[in-house]
Design a protein around this ligand. Structure first.
Ligand code: 17E
Ligand code: FE2
Length: 443
């Protein structure tokens, strides 16, 4: 008797109609097998003999089973503070940082725990079971850091939370910035951050990356820097990050987030940079919702999109993921923490719109984001791995993104943690009987 059997799922890459069963025990997949004939076998039920008995059976009815969504970039310390103490009227990154500095002064541990937990609940309901959150450590009290360390522990049975020591106001430009990042490493963050384009000088920007890499290596941590998040084509810290990642050995354990200036570089420099990035093995994270909103604010027309070069960097063999970045905070007033919206908008914004490219956008919120977090064998649908997955009533990744399909089931370590019944729209077309519409093209 095993804990859970999921009967009749479609796995990515399988030919149409080939269904599988997922067998789960003690929180891990024990086998992924061709679907057993006959109806689902519940404990004590009358299923066929070859199918092992399970305490719980989910009849997937041909739903697409995917590893869970992975959120590679969000700011849970600031989430749900939009409008506090004032709204970001200009819509720039810089006014957002100023609004946040005011709000940061009023933070309490309970306030951070309450907001972060609320958004993690939304994320899990959307099928996200791995989250990398930045937390601003340019606060001598480290209030948000201590709160999120507690949240990380409280939620660990459901969602795997990685924390990045993010020096929002700079490592060199903020008094004691380097000591605060070091202290965050000692208190137990998973990843070291930086923000070189915000430092007062180019030299401080370079120095801040050197400090961040040194702390990461010394503590055995990963690195994820906000890097070149500005419409200034002169902002060129990605080359520094990639080179330090190569020389320090961090490589794929390092990530350059945002890199929006890449959308403004000339072609000659972009080609040079793509080679440096590819050789280094670093990851990129593009945040299409937020950078479409923040960037280009000072442009007349034509207005830049303000995103990194996603299509070109993917083609150069660089791992790129999509992140949400913000959910209702000083930098972005919208959002529900749903990665399918990120993939959908990302497809448009980066012009990844052929069927294969739309499927790639799905990978950028699942497998590619998992690689950013370094999840390795702790991610994916295969025997021995954690039984964490989503069922999507869709034919595959392209269909999920096109129709913005919600997961019907979210399973974390073998436990059903969220379920969504299908929503049905009934069309009453003149002269026809009332009929359901699901936006699937069948002819
Ligand atoms: N801080 C920053 O520097 N950049 C961002 N996109 C956000 C916070 C959300
Ligand atoms: Fe960010």
């Amino acid at each position: 008797m095993i804990d859970l059997a999921v009967r009749g799922v479609r796995l990515t890459g399988e030919p149409d109609g080939a269904l599988s069963d997922l067998l789960v025990d003690q929180g891990r997949f024990v086998a992924v097998v061709p679907a057993a004939a006959g109806s689902p076998a519940a404990a004590g039920g009358d299923g066929d003999d070859q199918a092992p008995q399970a305490r719980t059976v989910i009849d997937a009815r041909g739903a697409f089973a995917s590893p869970p969504y992975v959120e590679p970039h969000v700011h849970l310390d600031a989430t749900l503070t939009a409008g506090e103490p004032r709204w970001n009227v200009s819509g720039t990154l810089w006014e957002g940082i100023a609004c946040w500095a005011d709000r940061k002064a009023t933070l309490s541990r309970a306030d951070v725990i309450d907001r972060a937990t609320e958004v993690l609940r939304w994320q899990v309901a959307n099928g996200v079971l791995h989250v990398r959150s930045h937390v601003d450590v340019t606060d001598p009290g480290l209030v948000a850091l201590d709160a999120l360390l507690e949240v990380r522990d409280r939620v660990k049975d459901v969602v795997n939370l990685q924390l990045v020591a993010f020096p929002q106001e700079g490592i060199c430009s903020f008094p004691g910035g380097d000591r605060l990042v070091e202290e965050a490493a000692v208190r137990g963050v998973d990843v070291i951050g930086a923000i070189p384009h915000f430092e007062d000088t180019r030299e401080d920007g370079v120095r801040s990356l050197e400090i961040a890499v040194e702390i990461a290596v010394r503590h055995g941590l990963m690195l994820d820097a906000h890097c070149d998040e500005i419409d200034d084509e002169q902002s060129r810290f990605a080359e520094v990050l990639a080179t330090l990642a190569s020389r320090s050995g961090l490589r794929a354990r390092a990530t350059a987030s945002h890199t929006t200036a890449m959308g403004s570089y000339n072609a000659a420099y972009a080609l040079k940079l793509e080679r440096i990035l590819a050789r280094s093995g670093v990851n990129l994270v593009c945040n299409p919702l937020v950078n479409l909103h923040l960037q280009g604010r000072l442009d007349d027309y034509p207005k830049r999109r303000g995103l990194t070069r996603v299509k070109e960097t993917l083609a150069a063999g660089i791992n790129v993921a999509f992140g949400h970045d913000d959910i209702m905070d000083p930098w972005y007033p919208l959002g529900t923490g749903n990665p399918v919206q990120v993939a959908f908008v990302g497809a448009h914004a980066t012009q990844l719109t052929s069927p294969g490219e739309v499927a790639e956008c799905f990978a950028m919120v699942t497998d590619r984001a998992a690689a950013v977090l370094g999840l390795g064998d702790e991610y994916g649908i295969a025997a021995g791995r954690p039984a964490s997955f989503v069922l999507l009533p869709a034919s595959g990744p392209f269909d999920v993104v096109r129709r913005q399909v919600r997961p019907s089931h979210v399973v974390a370590h073998g436990h059903l943690v969220a379920s969504t019944p299908p929503s049905v729209t009934t069309l009453r077309w003149p002269g026809r009987p009332a009929e359901p519409v699901d936006f699937v093209r069948r002819r």
